[in-house]
Design a protein around this ligand. Structure first.
Ligand code: FAD
Length: 288
């Protein structure tokens, strides 16, 4: 099955993102995470890919393989192109194909000032076009409710996103955001621009203060006053902040589902317990 079929019947879908083990982590611990996430019956699980040359890149393929062939779920393998040439990309696609992984989230990847980018692919849309031409994969892409930090403005970013969709991306997953109104106006901009593919809302439960600072610096997500008040009140109390972060994410999801979002993509941070707490309290709200 590929992702396209998932969004044809009007059901609201739940999906998860996980990442390969960090340098000293074990791949078995990630398998344990996948096994626990399976209890929540996600539509698919996506696996991130290190853009900047962490030795763990091969693990994305191994984990996607296990999601499909060991745990019987639908995997989506992230793939970044900024530091790869065409030949290297084709090798990874071959590896995925051999394992029956048919869904790829095609990304450019973040620029790293210390690594000279390769030149075969300038934008994710170039990678999408390449995979489309090759065939055999359903392609997803990333999108940015609050505009990608490098984009000139929101309109330019949506027009660039349209190029990615026109090149062959049939499904989009959004960057995390904490203010649902930014997601709603983004979806409206997309529809006006003629982007008609399913758009899943990326939700990250924030459970520690360091993570919040990192996220805001990395992806420029704005913090609504309600969210900032949570941080200033509970920032020094990890247990309380975790409770508040779960409640906040849950509240976002309820509002998104009520407003007819096509899918919720939960950034699990490889914490299945967290995902369980959130999903168990909203699972009946998904339109069947
Ligand atoms: P693009 O779509 O290429 O966009 C990047 C910038 O270029 C934007 O400003 C856009 O407006 C502009 N642009 C795009 N196309 C054109 C064009 N044709 N002409 C001119 N300008 C253009 N990073 C990882 O390293 N590994 C991961 O696994 C990973 N997973 C992610 C998953 C999701 C859901 C999201 C939202 C992000 C993820 N990222 C990941 C981060 C991502 O790599 C960065 O945000 C990166 O800076 C942009 O990648 P992109 O694919 O969106 O790039």
């Amino acid at each position: 099955m590929n992702l396209q079929e998932l969004f044809t019947d009007g059901r609201q879908r739940l999906s998860f993102e996980i990442f390969p083990p960090k340098r000293d982590g074990s791949i078995e611990s990630v398998f344990d995470t996948v096994e626990q996430l399976a209890e929540l019956s996600p539509a698919f699980i996506s696996v991130t890919y290190g853009a900047n040359g962490s030795g763990a890149r091969g693990n994305t393929v191994k984990i996607a393989d296990a999601i499909k062939n060991k745990f019987g779920m639908l995997p989506v393998a992230h793939l970044t192109c900024i530091n790869h040439d065409r030949e290297e990309i084709d090798l990874i696609l071959d590896n995925l194909s051999e394992r029956g992984v048919e869904n790829v989230l095609a990304l450019r990847g973040d620029r790293n000032p210390e690594v000279e980018p390769k030149t075969d692919f300038s934008h994710a849309s170039d990678l999408v076009a390449h995979i489309k031409k090759r065939g055999g994969f359903f392609i997803s892409g990333a999108c940015y409710p609050e505009t990608h930090p490098e984009a000139r403005d929101a309109v330019a970013d949506v027009l660039n996103l349209k190029k990615k969709v026109d090149a062959g991306a049939g499904h989009l997953i959004s960057q995390l955001f904490f203010d649902n109104s930014s997601f709603y106006s983004f979806v409206e901009r997309c529809r006006i621009a003629g982007i008609n593919v399913p758009i899943e809302a990326g939700i990250m439960p924030v459970t520690n203060a360091g993570q919040i600072k990192r996220m805001v610096t990395l992806c420029g997500a704005s913090l609504p006053a309600k969210f900032s008040r949570i941080i200033s009140r509970y920032g020094d109390d990890p247990e309380a902040l975790e409770d508040a972060g779960i409640a906040y994410a849950t509240d976002q999801i309820v509002d998104l589902l009520t407003n007819g979002v096509q899918g919720i993509h939960l950034y699990t941070m490889n914490k299945p317990e967290l995902a369980k707490k959130i999903v168990r309290s909203v699972e009946k709200l998904f339109r069947k």
